[in-house]
Design a protein around this ligand. Sequence first.
Ligand code: ADP
Length: 267
Amino acid sequence: MKTNTKIIAIASGKGGVGKSTVSSNLAISLSKSGSRVGLLDADIYGPSIPRIFGVSGQSVTSRDGKSFEPIESNGIQLMSIGFVQTNNDAMIWRGPMLSQAINQLLFQTNWNDLEYLIIDLPPGTGDAQLTISQKANLTGTILVTTPQNISLIDVEKSLIAFRKLDIEVLGLIENMSYFTDDSGKDHHIFGKGNIDDFSEKHGVELISNLPILPDLTKYSDNGTLFDEFENLSVLNKKYEEITDYLKTRISKIDKTDSLDTIPVVTE
Ligand code: ADP
């Protein structure tokens, strides 16, 4: 793997707030801006990246019997537990096993010359999330939340945990922030303003407020998000702003990541 890959983890306090959706859109947007991008689906509990990219059911291959080849979709290099375990049986992952599984997906994948690796972390602040965040030598993390306090309470725990580990919190994304009706009026269905207070209280940038877009669910469910991305013009523009922000912010962080230098545990 290239030694100056920027590794960005997408984290949330709770599940269901749109973390995988944001991870996917961010990877798509970075890729469409001309960057070489990888996306690691570390959400072992509910791997949704294969479905979003229309490659579910595919299995990983290995050229050397030791490491996985990422599965490419529209030029984006993908790795997910979903490619390893293709039956639908829900696995029960306990702490050390979970860390180990994510570790292997991260370090035993032949990522090819990436500029950015996006990691879709499992929700919460368990050991697995924090261990992998440290091992991956993250450039930084983005926290995804919905407007409700119940989501912000949990995201606050994530923020505190990342800061304790000296992991840079690059900013917040408020997902499902509002719904725009046919007349163009915005409705803040889940409330408004909590995120601004949160951002100020913790001195963390609010990078974007993303709208509720029913089509987003449709395209994610049928695996056509990449192809339809440009048709979701509002979203497209929002992600252009997010990637511009990220690129500028990251360029100021002097941290190079070399996944090759980290020992791989195979047993
Ligand atoms: P998480 O990774 O946090 O568990 P997901 O990204 O899987 O959450 O999103 C949960 C559900 O909400 C999915 O069906 C997804 O398509 C939908 N979703 C996420 N963000 C939006 C949005 N901005 N507008 C509409 N639906 C969304």
